[in-house]
Design a binder for this molecule. Structure first.
Ligand code: NAD
Ligand code: UDP
Length: 338
């Protein structure tokens, strides 16, 4: 059992990870400014886990608040989810993204160093890979120049962490490159609750299914893929949450900075996802084909063999599970946590 600080713990992936941490008897301290989440998610996490956590409402850019937090709780390790993640918004407001995601992360790492805490799991993304790489993407392939400012912040923080670790070997860092997290906890009490119009496919699709949006726009049907639509590696958020526990255990016993892909290793097209959703949930999804979205690649899926062999992690959920769980969450919470 360890004391874990979870930044961004009220968010989509963070809340699911808190459940798994509590189930594994860790003590959880969540730091979140609730800019893209609600405290209700944390109350539900505690309900589901039948355990309590500590919630500190605050910002990772607030160094004084971080120092107080590390002085109050004898933290063993940090899982760092806090960040902004909307690609379009990052193009409009680059400074906001650099400040929140890069400066915010630096402020956290400074506070950790001051407090003598050197174990860290960081939320990175498959978007850091060079677009020229051919899937399956593995961790030895080169990173590129991300097509948007959000992706750039992930790459920058990865590189900062690699350099921190090179300079001071007390750091033990896991860089988890997520593919496409979807799905929700089996209880349907927590799930993805984006503000405004969803950017991502799955929440958009479930909002069409629940009647909040008229139809799904499929961005491009002329890609070089089996059916012409984009292929991605969808991973159940509970499997992703469990990958954090495995990475944490790995880091509690080792030093270094190591990258792991967290995906299922299987690609699914947008059409396949829509059709399977209709079949699994018995709901028809109105849709139209529209032009490609700028910055999208045709195909992206993981080679996950490193995570399987080094972390002892294995995804448990199928695409059908992901689609059923996403829908159950949306159906039972049509307006999210509101
Ligand atoms: P989310 O928005 O649901 O969760 C992020 C949480 O961080 C929110 O609760 C938000 O209020 C909090 N937060 C943001 N800035 C903060 C700050 N300055 N101080 C304190 N709290 C702050 O997003 P998510 O989908 O759970 O993603 C978690 C992490 O994983 C993010 O870093 C994201 O970039 C990364 N990631 C997500 C995906 C995805 O598709 N969901 C894919 C790859 C990587
Ligand atoms: N997509 C789509 N319609 C939408 C949102 C996404 O057709 O409303 C497609 C997108 O072009 C990509 C896939 O769905 O091929 C996954 O997109 P998402 O934004 O969920 O994740 P990404 O892989 O781009 O981070």
């Amino acid at each position: 059992m360890a004391k874990i600080l979870v930044t961004g713990g009220a968010g989509y992936i963070g809340s699911h990870t808190c459940i798994e941490l509590l189930a594994a008897d860790h003590e959880v301290i969540v730091l979140d400014n609730l800019c893209n989440s609600s405290e209700e998610a944390l109350l539900r996490v505690q309900d589901i886990a039948t355990k309590v956590m500590t919630f500190v409402q605050g910002d990772i850019r607030d160094s004084a608040a971080l120092d107080r937090l590390f002085q109050t709780y004898a933290i063993d390790a940090v899982i760092h989810f806090a960040g902004l993640k909307a690609v379009g918004e990052s193009q409009k407001f680059p400074q906001l993204y650099f400040d929140n995601n890069i400066a915010g992360s630096l402020s956290l790492f400074n506070a950790m160093e001051k407090a003598g805490v050197f174990k860290l799991v960081f939320s990175s993304s498959a978007t850091v890979y060079d677009e020229a790489n051919v899937s399956p993407l593995n961790e030895t392939m080169p990173t590129g120049t991300p097509s948007n400012n959000y992706g750039y912040t992930k790459l920058m923080v990865e590189q900062i962490l690699q350099k921190l670790q090179q300079a001071d070997e007390r750091w033990s860092i896991a860089l988890l490159r997520y593919f496409n997290p979807v799905g929700a906890h089996k209880s349907s009490r927590i799930g993805e609750d984006p503000q405004g119009i969803p950017n991502n496919l799955m929440p958009y699709l479930t909002q069409v299914a629940v009647g909040r949006r008229e139809k799904l726009s499929i961005f491009g049907n002329d890609y070089d893929t089996a059916d012409g639509t984009g292929v991605r590696d969808y991973i159940h958020v509970v499997d992703l949450a469990n990958a954090h526990l495995c990475a944490l255990n790995n880091r509690l016993n080792q030093t270094g900075c190591r990258v792991w892909n967290i995906g299922t290793g299987k690609g699914s097209s947008v059409l396949e996802l829509k059709n399977t959703f209709e079949q699994v949930n018995g709901i028809e999804i109105p849709f139209e084909f529209s032009p490609r979205r700028e910055g999208d690649v045709a195909t992206s899926f993981a080679d996950n063999t490193r995570a399987l062999s080094e972390l002892g992690w294995k995804p448990q959920y199928s695409l059908k599970d992901m689609l059923a769980d996403s829908w159950n969450w949306q159906k039972q919470n049509p307006t999210g946590f509101n």
